[in-house]
Design a protein around this ligand. Structure first.
Ligand code: ISL
Length: 568
């Protein structure tokens, strides 16, 4: 059996609001993306994943959809999507759409109808009466004690029917009732419509939340984090998720048409991930795991509860996933997306001195792993966190809700701002840096979210003119995946698991060994040569520094070697 095409692909994620503004309203749009396709081709990526561009009140920047079959006027028109598809296909790239079907917007006609208790759409969402013995709409009357992922309660009271609807995210994102076959059919139908239009697959938002465990009951309160007062494992990987995914795959023809599919899986573990991506099960191509993204938070649920990253934890977690999916299943590889802070600021070093080498080291470590790598817009330039100093600069609903809730719990403003500066999703959402002009070439007007002032130094024009830039390093990493079977298929082995500064691993295939070494620190570090393969005969495929010592790495230096085992 031949390997599916997406196992050798590299994906680039575009957050449309922040990529390129063509109509001068300060918000990115589809024609803006179309105008930048040659840049993406030059980087060498295979697939573009587009965050939502559908009609939406934009309560959660498009993850609240009011019409799945149309484009929000902010972003353009259906004709613009057709042009994007055509432009990508003409350049040998593919388009993956975001599929947000755990919930819709409360302004979606399905939900508007559903508010009427007599409507045949009532059962398309999850409605429940007040808790027994409670007056509807009063304190504590919610059907269960569930909170929302955006903090606050997970149920919204509807005065008209005196009932509550479930929303695991904002109150403007009511959860669909996947138990209802008519809901599922409507979704598959919509997906087929997009496939017929020419899209090449889907990134499925929070797809392991679609099957709830019935009856819905109170969850245990998590000590120290009462506002999210249920155990989230009660809503992840529910009893029918796999059945629904199989049905979707069959009905939409995901495997049959060799479409791309990645499921965003909140809190997924390796066992579930293996089942979801076992080709024999006909569910998904790959998943997004979150485990490596929670290693810089204190144990518990809040990502804003900060903790420094301990490198061995990260190595062991990535190795766990590499090993667990080595025989069966497939994983995606990512440091960044529109929900995560910029990795060079988070796990690297965004100081003037080390930003470039640390961005390269991070790219090297991720891209030489087994799986499908994702690049989030601007990562290939080494873009950094937003650096916002006041709550007024933030846009994201999650940041605002966290600020409000934390203040109400008596947490000081500056503590909240420190947490937001480290972890807010707006870190990833500041506009793309195209050049050093006033709004970074993103727009000619005032942008919807401030441009980072460091765009004067960090921008695409600058990167393209500099052969040593992060951009060209990423381009080479992508080429290596395309060129070498060992990068795609080689067996992974972690080296130096407990070393606190060096990230090292090997990949092995057909008598060859790929060796990756990276210095994850500001210090010079000696390579423990007796614990690593002998590198003196090895071919250096890519290095971040001109140095040639086989015994030492400069600060944040990274190297990729290829070694012939018969010779070595
Ligand atoms: O970003 C998060 C909190 O910091 C996550 O909990 C995030 O909400 C979760 O990863 C689900 O994300 C996806 O669904 C959300 C949307 O806000 C995110 O942008 C999307 O990636 C609801 O649709």
């Amino acid at each position: 059996m031949t390997s599916p095409w997406w196992k050798s692909a590299v994906v680039y994620q575009i957050y449309p609001r922040s990529f390129a503004d063509s109509d001068h309203d300060g918000i990115g749009d589809l024609p803006g993306i179309v105008s930048r396709l040659d840049y993406l081709k030059q980087l060498g990526v295979d697939v573009i994943w587009l965050s939502p561009v559908y009609r939406s009140p934009q309560d959660d920047n498009g993850y609240d959809i009011s019409d799945y079959n149309d484009i929000d006027p902010t972003f353009g028109t259906l004709a613009d999507v057709d042009e994007l598809i055509e432009g990508l296909h003409a350049r040998g790239m593919k388009l993956v759409m975001d599929l947000v079907v755990n919930h819709t917007s409360d302004e979606h006609p399905w939900f508007v109808e559903s508010r009427d208790p007599a409507s045949d759409k009532r059962d398309w969402y999850i409605w429940r009466p007040a808790r027994e013995g409670f007056e509807p709409g009063t304190e504590g009357a919610e059907p269960t004690n569930w909170g929302s992922f955006f903090l606050g309660k997970g149920w919204e009271f509807d005065p008209r029917s005196q009932e509550y609807y479930l929303h695991l995210f904002s109150p403007k994102q009511p959860d669909l009732n996947w138990e209802n076959p008519a809901v599922r059919e409507a979704i598959y139908d919509m997906m087929r419509w997009w496939v017929d239009r020419g899209v090449d697959g889907f990134r499925m938002d929070v797809i392991n939340l679609i099957s709830k465990t019935y009856p819905l009951v109170d969850g245990p309160v998590t000590p120290g984090f009462e506002p999210l007062c249920y155990d989230p494992s009660m809503v992840t990987d529910g009893p029918r998720v796999e059945e629904f995914l199989k049905e979707m795959n069959r009905e939409v023809g995901i495997d049959a048409k060799e479409l791309f599919s990645v499921g965003e899986m909140v809190m997924v573990d390796v066992e579930h991930a293996r089942r979801y991506t076992d080709p024999a099960n006909g569910e998904l191509g790959m998943v997004f795991t979150f485990e490596h993204m929670s290693l810089d938070q204190q144990p518990g649920l809040s990502k804003f509860d900060l903790k420094p990253l301990h490198l061995p934890d990260l190595k062991q977690n990535l190795a766990l996933w590499q090993d667990a999916l080595a025989e069966v299943g497939w994983n995606s590889l990512y440091w960044n997306n529109h929900d995560q802070p910029r990795v060079v600021s988070r796990f690297g070093d965004d100081s003037d001195e080390f930003r470039v080498p640390s961005a390269k080291a991070l790219g090297t470590v991720l891209h030489m792993l087994r799986g499908t790598p994702y690049i989030y817009q601007g990562e290939e330039l080494g873009m950094t966190n937003a650096g916002f100093l006041s709550i007024d600069e933030y846009n994201d609903i999650e940041a605002k809700r966290f600020h409000e809730l934390a203040l109400s719990l008596g947490i000081s403003e500056w503590m909240i701002l420190i947490a937001l500066a480290a972890k807010s999703r707006d870190n990833a959402r500041t506009p793309m840096h195209w050049d050093d002009s006033d709004h970074a070439g993103f727009t000619s007007r005032s942008p919807w979210l401030s441009v980072n002032s460091n765009h004067r130094e960090i921008n695409a024009a600058e990167a393209l003119a500099d052969p040593d830039s992060v951009f060209y390093h990423y381009r080479r990493l992508i080429e290596l995946r395309h060129e070498l079977a060992i990068v795609r298929e080689g067996r992974f082995e972690l080296m130096l698991p407990d070393h606190e500064r060096i990230f090292a691993y090997t990949r092995q295939l057909d008598g060859q060994l790929l060796v990756v070494v990276a210095n994850w620190s500001q210090e010079y570090v000696d390579l423990p040569t007796d614990e690593l393969p002998t590198l003196t005969e090895a071919e250096l495929l890519l290095g971040s520094h001109a140095s040639a010592s086989h015994y030492q790495l400069e600060p944040w230096e990274s190297r990729i070697y290829l070694l012939d085992l018969a010779k070595g």
